[in-house]
Design a protein around this ligand. Structure first.
Ligand SMILES: [Zn+2]
Length: 141
């Protein structure tokens, strides 16, 4: 690779310089001390839903101070394209999911959350990749 990994601060600046729009009032990023696992680049929602009809509260999405807490996989910081794509994806998806929660009074059944953010078929998830890909494409003109 040749280039050292970015620090978190540098990574967020790279994302912003490339069109990812988010404020520190709404989002707080951190880097996981360990890789998150195969094909998992970031996480912001920790929901354990044993059953399809389990209710997921919006609080699962938020830190104690009411921001969306996004944890990045450290490997993402090794490539600027990955930084832009992943930060753009998470910001787009988490913000849209938060809107959905608000429209539903702050809670949704697990099946509904999954239909939005499932890592293969989620509607918001797929829209978030389209958005992220677009920003990376723009960068390469
Ligand atoms: Zn996603």
């Amino acid at each position: 690779m040749g280039t050292p990994a970015r620090t978190l601060e540098q990574a967020l600046a790279v994302a912003r310089d490339n069109g990812v729009d988010f404020s520190d009032e709404d989002f707080v990023f951190s880097v996981s001390p360990r890789p998150l696992g195969a094909n998992l680049h970031a996480a912001y929602l920790d929901y354990d839903a044993p059953r399809r009809d389990s209710v997921v509260e919006v609080g699962r999405l938020l830190t104690e101070d009411g921001r969306i807490g996004v944890v990045l996989c450290p490997t993402v910081l090794e490539r600027d394209d990955a930084i832009i794509a992943v930060v753009a994806h998470e910001v787009f998806e988490a913000r849209a999911l938060l809107d959905e929660f608000r429209k539903s009074g702050g809670r949704m059944p697990a099946w509904k959350v999954r239909s939005l953010v499932d890592s293969v078929t989620g509607t918001l998830h797929c829209a978030a990749w389209d958005h992220a890909d677009e920003l990376v494409r723009k960068r390469h003109g």
